[in-house]
Design a protein around this ligand. Sequence first.
Ligand SMILES: [Zn+2]
Length: 297
Amino acid sequence: MLIGFDIGGTKIEVCVLDHDGRTQFKQRTPTPKSYDQFVETVVGLITQAEAQVGESCQVGIGLPGAVSPATGLIKNANCTFLNGHDLQADLAGASGKIIHIANDANCFALSEAVDGAGKDGAVVFGAILGTGCGGGLILNKQVWGGRNAIGGEWGHNPLPGYSAAKDGPVRPCYCGRDNCVEQFISGTGLEKSYTIKTDQKLAAPEVIALMREGDALATECYQQMIDQMGRSFAALMNILDPDVIVLGGGLSNVDELYRDLPQATLPYLFTDVADLCFKKAEFGDSSGIRGAAWLGR
Ligand SMILES: [Zn+2]
């Protein structure tokens, strides 16, 4: 069987999947505050999970961060005490097991590609449209991390075809660049667009609710975001042409996206006819941990 970990800033979740994808064990615990405690906690959970299912398991870990291909050390993790450590080696040493580690967006995409909304596709792109805009690329049911471990980091491309007239003022990104895709096509991006137009602060679900009621400015913000999504997905498709694009995160619950995205994307593609497949994630919030477990298969 397969153990998957989902590492968050406040909690660690662990699950055991059997080879048919059924959950055999699940547990969550608060995230420890130091690196040594973290290693100890994860090893303890592996022992507990294996005792519970009565067999030795493969172990995969999904975290918001990456293993640097240059050094093997964790970088960009939001649990900052992990950064700069050789987590793979330390966990392997302490547990005596092989440990697979991947970025949580890659785990999301893998979960959906193995037995979720992308299970029929050979090339699957998973896009998490939440607070930010993460992405993961899966080729033949394997994570494609890339030479520099940036495969799928499409949220930090510059928004294609940006113009102040269409997209409003320049939006700086925390990564140090301007006008990254995630500054526009995320829950946060939609909230910013609404504030720019109205000078009011509203959460993304409230903007969507207003749009559904026919509010003119909320509709304008939605239409602008759909066009920005169209440009962003077209840029991806002109390179990859994936079989399926699976959407996760808060915005993926906006059902209108699946109606509107194909026609918003087509004008920016290098083809006049296209079979575009946008699907909603099948496993929702469980995709990350399921994908982590599938890393070890
Ligand atoms: Zn950025």
